[in-house]
Design a protein around this ligand. Structure first.
Ligand code: LLP
Length: 416
């Protein structure tokens, strides 16, 4: 459930009419709902209340400082994949002691920064990363807390680009090799083994792949116990899907219940790294129709948002709902391709959408709160849109619209 609903025949974000926001701040613009973010975070936190746990919101999904701050105020932890994301968490008031650091390519300076900040755990993705981390920790005279990200080789049944738990993926350590790698980790002087980690993919719409992975990870934990290695926490990663169209993913409460049942009375802290299921439906992208262009073959609505603002449709053929901000009966319903001004055939946000449109209409692309702005670019030298957060009847600019000066500032011509 989210807080973008029709009231009096027009779309509202919480208690503010989306058309008013568009009027004040222009389009395209991302609009987030604080109440929705909070609701989604709490769904996890409450479901986990009977077990020691940490909900580490995956910063990559939406890393705006205000989004992180809203979650930090609720006590959230964070899953980061770069020193840049760590900096965001700290500036947003997040607690480094609740941060897990994932990613296959951590650089030395990033490890150093994370150790100095005192992150909760490094999710180590390879044997060679262990050596690098051991070295960096040794130079600082500290012990680095680690989990190994294991690859349980389960098929998450999701888009190949966002499926990560199969043997052929670059992520994690083959679960069959994990006991040996743990043994080596235990022998390195500057590492301290805390947990086991896995993340099998994103936008999963059933619990069974998670349970398959959990079963394999729990038997690994038993094997490690026989080796004298005690695991204190289990990190199941992120990946719970959301409803973009007709999908019916499990609710966080159902997912957590299934995990809890399988974990039984094991004394393990459960760490989760949800991104999309917290942020996606807490955001929309509002755009205005610039021109209508009907050809013999297709009806194009040229809108002011483009693939550089929201790349998911172009990159993954992702389907996101596109709805009128102020529905009307002024034109007949037709199938429209919603395309942007960028010079690429792949520049569309939706195809064949049955809508009543006229030039100047406002449209909202739903489920745009995750992997939206964070994946935006300046392709075609387009300024990235502002990010706005609605909180009840208030609208806050949490990132202003980029300007051409912002874009061009880092560049220069060759000397005369
Ligand atoms: N933890 C790790 C280690 C991850 O790699 C990811 C996402 C997450 C947590 C959060 O997963 P979530 O709960 O959001 O599914 N750009 C793609 C999604 C890429 C996901 C990458 N990893 C998209 O727009 O669909």
């Amino acid at each position: 459930m989210d807080h973008f609903n029709y009231r009096n025949g027009e779309l509202y974000a919480e208690d503010v009419a989306v058309a008013d926001i568009a009027e004040r701040f222009g389009t395209p613009a991302y609009i987030y709902s604080r109440a929705t973010l909070e609701r989604h975070y709490r769904a996890y936190d409450e479901a986990l209340k009977n077990r020691p746990h940490l909900v580490c919101y995956a910063v990559k999904a939406n890393s705006n400082l205000a989004v992180l701050n809203v979650l930090a105020r609720l006590g959230a932890g964070f899953d980061i994949v770069s020193a840049g994301e760590l900096e965001r968490v700290l500036r947003a008031g997040g607690d480094a002691g609740k941060v897990v650091f994932s990613g296959v390519g951590k650089q030395e300076w990033e490890m150093k920064r994370a150790l100095e900040a005192g992150v909760r755990c490094f999710n180590v993705e390879s044997d060679t990363e262990l050596d690098r981390l051991n070295k960096v920790a040794g130079e600082l005279g500290v012990k680095a807390p680690i989990s190994l990200r294991v690859n349980p080789d389960v098929d998450a049944g999701t888009h190949p680009y966002i499926s990560t738990g199969l043997k052929e993926n670059k992520f994690g350590i083959d679960i069959a090799e994990a006991p040996a790698v743990y043994a080596r980790a235990a022998s390195l002087p500057n590492l301290d083994i805390h947990g086991v980690d896995c993340h099998i993919g994103s936008q999963l719409t059933s619990v069974s792949p998670f349970l398959d992975a959990l079963g394999r990870v729990l038997s690994l934990i038993d094997t490690l116990a026989e080796q004298g290695i005690r695991i204190r926490h289990l990190d199941m990663g992120g990946g719970l899907g959301v409803t973009y169209n007709q999908e019916t993913p499990p609710q966080p409460a159902d997912y957590v219940k299934a995990l809890n049942e399988r974990m039984g009375d094991r004394e393990l802290e459960l760490v989760l790294e949800p991104g999309r299921s917290i942020a996606a439906n807490a955001g929309i992208l509002v755009t205005r129709v610039e021109f209508l262009k009907c050809t013999e073959h297709r009806n194009f609505a040229i809108i002011d948002a483009a693939m550089n603002d929201l790349i998911r449709p172009a990159l993954y053929s992702a389907w996101q709902a596109i709805i009128p901000v102020q529905p009307h009966q002024d034109s007949e319903e037709r199938p429209w391709d919603l395309v942007g001004p960028v010079c690429e055939t792949g520049d569309f946000l939706g195809k064949d959408r049955a809508l009543r449109l006229k030039a100047g209409d406002l449209l909202a692309v739903r489920s745009a709160g995750a992997y939206g702005f964070v994946m935006a670019s300046n392709y075609n030298t387009r300024n990235r849109p502002p990010e706005l957060m609605v909180d009840g009847d208030q609208v806050h600019v949490v990132r202003r619209r980029e300007t051409l000066d912002d874009q061009l500032a880092p560049e220069s011509c060759l000397p005369e």
